[in-house]
Design a protein around this ligand. Structure first.
Ligand code: SIN
Length: 295
């Protein structure tokens, strides 16, 4: 599916339907991000519009559509324009569509109704601890805090491209182990890799299958070690890479409004979350899209 889309994006064939006017977009920041204007996702979109959205997404790395009023099936249909929605393995789905998961700090009988309920989160990319991590993820904002709970997105292409040549040489061809300890370190970096925690080694630098660009594919929350390096050297190198990729010049900070639908590309971005008061309600509806094995 991705390959077909690459072809469409490269040739512009399907996006050049004269009945479909050009997409209106505006940049979200100097680092990354495009806002798509005048598209209502309750409508079923024609193929040429979908091709335009895919092009905009590859160009912007994240796309934002504001003021959407979306039922679950509208959000699932939007996800399907980009690939196959992944079934959630988490308990925090809504019980209706298997791909929908809630991210929320709202509690019923003392238990959060969603995953990743509280506060700040370190930078990460979704599912980098499995063989085929999610290509994309999206959040639809239903309730948002009055302050904080912003999501930060970093451009992983720029992070790679701006590395000094000697660091590029040191990471070239290397793999890193990514792990996710959901029970003990779901929002902040853990201190050790516990037995039984899902983990997978992926290239430190991956090539995006649609754009052909290289992106730095490590992150503070989940990347544990660079394979084949002594622990000290791996820790030092990883810290250097984390500090580099999280620089503000590579980051767009999204302040949520109710009705925002924001989709990011996990293959060329990483994301984090700022703190927010536990007394504020935050409710997001999330869908992830199946990805390929990073190369
Ligand atoms: C996530 O990492 O998937 C959640 C981000 C957020 O809650 O802003």
């Amino acid at each position: 599916m991705e390959r077909a889309a690459v072809h469409e994006a490269a040739t512009g064939e399907r996006s050049r339907d004269p009945a479909v006017p050009p997409l209106k977009t505006q940049s979200l920041s100097g680092a990354l991000g495009l806002e798509i204007l005048d598209v209502d996702l309750r409508d079923k979109l024609p193929p040429a519009r979908i091709a335009q959205l895919r092009e905009a997404w590859h160009q912007g790395l994240i796309v934002l559509l504001r003021d959407q009023v979306l039922a679950e099936e509208d959000q699932v249909r939007f996800a399907e324009y980009f690939g196959l929605p992944a079934k959630t393995i988490n308990v925090h789905n809504t019980g209706r569509h298997p791909a929908i998961m809630l991210i929320s700090n709202i509690r019923q009988d003392g238990k959060p109704i969603g995953a990743l309920p509280d506060g700040e989160m370190h930078f990460h990319t979704d599912q980098c601890y499995i063989e085929r991590p999610a290509a994309a993820s999206m959040l639809y904002a239903i309730e948002v805090p009055r302050a904080g709970g912003n999501t930060l997105f970093a451009n992983a292409y720029l992070a790679y491209e701006t590395l000094p040549a000697d660091i590029k040489r040191r990471i070239d061809g290397r793999k890193a182990i990514n792990a996710y300890d959901y029970d003990n370190a779901s929002t902040f970096r853990g201190t050790r890799l516990r037995e039984g925690v899902p983990h997978y080694a992926h290239p430190v630098v991956r090539t995006h299958p649609a754009t052909g660009r290289k992106a730095l594919y490590v992150n503070r929350l989940m990347t544990i070690a660079i394979e084949g390096l002594p622990d000290d050297e791996s820790d030092t190198l990883l810290n250097l890479l984390f500090e580099h990729q999280e620089q503000r010049r590579f980051v767009y900070e999204h302040v949520w409004r109710v009705g925002d639908l924001l989709m990011w590309d996990n293959r060329c971005t990483l994301h984090a979350r700022t703190d927010f008061a536990p007394t504020e309600r935050r409710l997001m509806r999330r869908i992830a899209i199946l990805g390929e094995k990073p190369e």
